[in-house]
Design a protein around this ligand. Structure first.
Ligand code: ADP
Ligand code: MG
Length: 273
C-alpha cells in the first residue's frame, strides 16, 4: 500500500465528508432491521460510513487505487483458484488490519457481481462496526455462545452487497470461541451456501494473540499487513511461518504510521492474554 492517501487528509481538513456515488440500498429499511443498533453518533458520517472507507470517500486516492489492484488479484488469481474466505491480519495492533479489511470488502462489494460478508473476528478489540457506522451489541460472540440465529445478527450495510457480522460482546476466551467446531462449520457453510460471496475476516494481531493462527486453518487465503518501516522483521517472518506460508495471498505495506506508537504503548490493555 502506498502512503496515507492525500485525498483522505484533504477530506479530513475539509471537515465535510462528501461521498459521491455511494450506492445506498434503501437505508431506512436496513436500519429498521436492527432497531436496537442505531447509528453510533459521531462515529459515522451522514451516510453512515466512516471516511476511512477511502474507496468511497476518496475514490481517486492512491489507496483507493491500491485496493482496486488488491481486489483484482483476489477476483482474478493467476492460478485460477479464487480464495473465497480471506483473513486480514498483522503482527501487532494499529497496523491497519481493520482499515484494509473494510476497504477491501467495500472495494469488492461496489463491483458489479460480487457480494461480501465482512466478519469482525477481533473479539478483543472490535472495530468494523464503528467504521461502518453500527453499534456492537451483538454479533459473532452471540452466535457462537448463545446460538442466536445468524439472520438476526447479520447487518446489511448501507453499501450495497456488503453484509457485516460484528464481533458482539467480548467474552473471556476468544481463541477458544474461534477454534470451536461451530466457527469452523459456520465458515464452511457460509462459503458453501453463498457461492457468489466473498468472506473477509478482520482478525486479531497474530504476534500477540492465538486467534489469527487458529482461524488460518479455516480460511482460503491470508493478507498480512505490515507497517512499512515499522513492523520488526523477525515477528513478520515468524508469524507468516506459523500462519502457513502457502496461505499468504500477499503482504500489504501500509505507509500510514500516525497511530503506530500510541497503539503499541497501549495494546496490552486490549490484548491481555
Ligand atoms: N492507510 C491508511 N490510511 C489512513 N488511515 C489509516 C491507514 N491505515 C490505518 N489507518 C488508521 O489507523 C488507525 C489504526 O488502524 P486499524 O485498521 O484500526 O489497525 P488494526 O486493525 O491493525 O488495529 C485507524 O484509525 C485507521 O483508520
Ligand atoms: Mg482492528
Amino acid at each position: 500500500m502506498g502512503r496515507v492517501s492525500d485525498a483522505l487528509e484533504r477530506h479530513k481538513k475539509e471537515k465535510v465528508i462528501k461521498i459521491k456515488g455511494l450506492p445506498i440500498d434503501r437505508p431506512e429499511q436496513l436500519v429498521a432491521k436492527r432497531p436496537e443498533s442505531p447509528l453510533v453518533p459521531g462515529l459515522a458520517t451522514q451516510n453512515g460510513v466512516s471516511p476511512e472507507i477511502v474507496v468511497l470517500s476518496a475514490p481517486e486516492s492512491i489507496d483507493a487505487e491500491n485496493f482496486k489492484v488488491l481486489r483484482a488479484k483476489i477476483l482474478f488469481p493467476t492460478n485460477g483458484k479464487k480464495p473465497r474466505i480471506i483473513m486480514i491480519t498483522s503482527a501487532f495492533p494499529g497496523e491497519g488490519k481493520t482499515f484494509v479489511a473494510a476497504n477491501l470488502a467495500a472495494s469488492i462489494a461496489i463491483g458489479i457481481n460480487e457480494h461480501v460478508l465482512l466478519i469482525d473476528c477481533d473479539l478483543r478489540r472490535p472495530a468494523l462496526h464503528s467504521i461502518l457506522g453500527y453499534s456492537n451489541t451483538h454479533g459473532l460472540s452471540e452466535y457462537l455462545t448463545e446460538k442466536k440465529r445468524l439472520s438476526d445478527l447479520l447487518i446489511r450495510t448501507r453499501i450495497k452487497k456488503l453484509s457485516l457480522l460484528t464481533a458482539g460482546s467480548p467474552g473471556p476466551n476468544p481463541s477458544e470461541l474461534l477454534s470451536s467446531t461451530m466457527m469452523k462449520d459456520f465458515l464452511a457453510e457460509a462459503k458453501e451456501r453463498y457461492q457468489d460471496r466473498y468472506i473477509i475476516i478482520d482478525a486479531a494481531p497474530s504476534h500477540i494473540t492465538a486467534e489469527a493462527s487458529v482461524l488460518s486453518n479455516h480460511v482460503d487465503g491470508i493478507i498480512f499487513v505490515v507497517m512499512a518501516q515499522k513492523t520488526p522483521k523477525e515477528p513478520i517472518q515468524r508469524n507468516i511461518q506459523t500462519l502457513g506460508k502457502e496461505k499468504i495471498l500477499g503482504i500489504v505495506f501500509n505507509g500510514y504510521s500516525k497511530n503506530y506508537r500510541a497503539y503499541h504503548k497501549h495494546y496490552k490493555k486490549y490484548y491481555r492474554l
